[in-house]
Design a protein around this ligand. Structure first.
Ligand SMILES: *Cc1c(COP(=O)(O)O)cnc(C)c1O
Length: 402
C-alpha cells in the first residue's frame, strides 16, 4: 500500500493552488478562496470514483470508523462485530463510541469468516465491520446476506483496499458505509486523513454535521456563526492541504494498482518455488488492489524456517502472527484491559465490575491460519535488482527448507 512512493508534480500543483489563496479551512472565506474548495472537490471525486452517492472527508481512517458508527446511532450497550485480524483502529473506534467489540475468526481470505459472524450475532449486535485486509476483499456477498437477514448495518473498513473491487463494484459500496484511510502508509495518502462513503443522503448529512461540531451547514445571513445544530458533534475536519494532496493521489490510484498487480505477479511467481506453498484465497482476483502478497506454508515451523532464510538473504517477509498491531492475541492492552482512564472505562463499569473480557485463546481457527502466514508488501516501483534478490532468496529457501 505504498502511495508514498509516488508523490510529485501533481501533488505540488494542487498544494500550490491552496497556498496561493492562503485559505487552509474547508469552509467560509468566500471571496478570498477564489473558488478553490479542495476538500469538497476531493469528496466529490472520491464518491464518483467509487460509484457512491456521497463522501465525507475526515481527519483519519480511525475517525472515519468512529463517525460512521456515531451516525448509525451506535453507543453504550451495543455490540459491534469485527474480525480478529485488523489494525487496532477498527476496535478503538468501537470502544470510542461506547460500544463493545466482538471478534470473529478469519479464514484463508484473511478476512471475516461468514459462518463465525453468524454465530456471534446477538440481540445487542448493532453493526458489523468486515475489514478488507491487505488490499483484498472480504466475502462481502455472504457477509451482506447475513447482515441483511438480521437487519444489521455493515460498515466496510476499506482502509487497506482503496480501489479494490468485488465483481466490478468498488469495495466500500456494499455496506451502509465504507471507510477509508489516507495515512502515511496507505495506497493513496494525504499524510493523515480519512473518508466515509455512503449512498444514504440523510446519513451523509449527519456525518457532515457531526464531524463539524454539529454545524448544520445551512446558508444564512450570519454565516458559520449563524448556523443551527440538531445534535452535539466534534471536530474531525480535514484541511485544504490534505484535500489538495488527496485529489492528486486519487488521480494516480488506478495506475498505482496496475503497477502493483504487475509486481505482485512477479513476486508470486518467485514465491511459487517454495515447497507446499499455497496463496491467500482471493474472492475476486481481478478486483484485488494487489498491495500485498500473502502466502501460507504447511506449518508454523516451516513458515518460520522459510522466513529465517528469506531474512538472511535480504528478503524477509512480514509474519503477522508475531505482529503486535494487527492480530488479536497480540493486543495485550485489550487482553489485559489496560486503559488510561481512572475508572477503568471501557473495560470496567463505573462500579468497578469488568464490562468485557477477552481471552487470547478465543480464535483458534485464525491462529491456525495466521501462524503459517507470510506477507510481502508489494511496491509500486519494483526494480529488477530487487526482484532478482527476492527470487534468489526464494530459491535458497526452497532448497534449504524443502
Ligand atoms: C490504517 C487503518 C485504519 C486507520 O486509519 P488511520 O488513518 O491511520 O487512522 C483503520 N483500519 C485499518 C484496517 C487500517 O489499516
Amino acid at each position: 500500500m505504498p502511495g508514498f512512493e509516488v508523490f510529485g508534480e501533481k501533488e505540488k500543483q494542487e498544494i500550490m493552488d491552496v497556498l496561493e489563496t492562503g485559505v487552509l479551512f474547508r469552509y467560509e472565506f468566500g471571496e478570498q478562496r477564489k473558488g478553490v474548495y479542495k476538500v469538497r472537490t476531493f469528496e466529490e471525486n472520491f464518491a464518483r470514483y467509487n460509484g457512491a452517492g456521497y463522501a465525507q472527508a475526515v481527519t483519519s481512517g480511525t475517525v472515519a470508523l468512529k463517525v460512521a458508527l456515531a451516525v448509525l446511532g451506535i453507543g453504550p450497550g451495543d455490540e459491534v462485530i469485527t474480525q480478529g485480524f485488523t489494525f487496532v483502529a477498527t476496535w478503538e473506534a468501537i470502544f470510542d463510541v461506547g460500544a463493545v467489540p466482538v471478534f470473529t475468526e478469519v479464514d484463508t481470505t484473511l478476512n471475516m469468516e461468514p459462518a463465525d459472524l453468524e454465530k456471534k450475532i446477538t440481540d445487542r449486535t448493532k453493526a458489523i465491520i468486515p475489514v478488507h485486509m491487505l488490499g483484498s476483499g472480504a466475502r462481502i456477498d455472504e457477509i451482506m446476506a447475513i447482515a441483511d437477514k438480521h437487519n444489521i448495518p455493515v460498515i466496510e473498513d476499506t482502509a487497506q483496499a482503496a480501489g479494490g473491487k468485488w465483481r466490478g463494484k468498488h469495495l466500500g459500496t456494499f455496506g451502509k458505509c465504507g471507510t477509508f484511510s489516507f495515512d502515511a502508509v496507505k495506497t493513496m495518502t494525504t499524510g493523515e486523513g480519512g473518508m466515509i462513503i455512503t449512498d444514504d443522503e440523510k446519513l451523509w448529512r449527519n456525518m457532515s454535521e457531526y464531524h463539524d461540531h454539529g454545524h448544520d451547514h445551512v446558508p444564512n445571513p450570519g454565516g458559520r456563526g449563524g448556523e443551527g445544530r440538531s445534535f452535539i458533534g466534534f471536530n474531525y475536519r480535514m484541511m485544504e492541504l490534505q484535500g489538495a494532496i488527496g485529489l492528486a493521489q486519487l488521480a494516480r490510484l488506478d495506475d498505482m494498482i496496475a503497477a502493483q498487480k504487475k509486481n505482485k505477479a512477479a513476486m508470486k511467481n518467485s514465491a511459487s518455488r517454495l515447497p507446499g506453498v499455497t496463496f491467500r484465497t482471493l474472492v475476486d482476483e481481478e478486483g484485488d488492489s494487489a498491495t500485498f502478497l500473502a502466502f501460507f506454508l504447511p506449518s508454523r515451523e516451516k513458515a518460520q524456517t522459510v522466513n529465517r532464510i528469506l531474512q538472511e538473504n535480504g528478503a524477509g517477509a512480514i509474519c503477522f502472527a508475531d505482529n503486535t498491531w494487527h492480530y488479536y492475541p497480540k493486543w495485550e492492552h485489550l487482553i489485559t484491559g489496560s486503559t488510561i482512564t481512572a475508572s477503568g472505562w471501557p473495560f470496567k463499569e463505573q462500579d468497578g465490575r469488568r464490562r468485557v473480557l477477552y481471552d487470547p485463546q478465543n480464535l483458534p481457527g485464525s491462529a491456525e491460519i495466521m501462524n503459517r502466514l507470510l506477507v510481502y508488501q508489494v511496491p509500486i516501483k519494483l526494480s529488477d535488482e530487487r526482484l532478482r534478490q527476492i527470487d534468489a532468496a526464494m530459491e535458497k529457501a526452497a532448497n534449504l527448507a524443502g
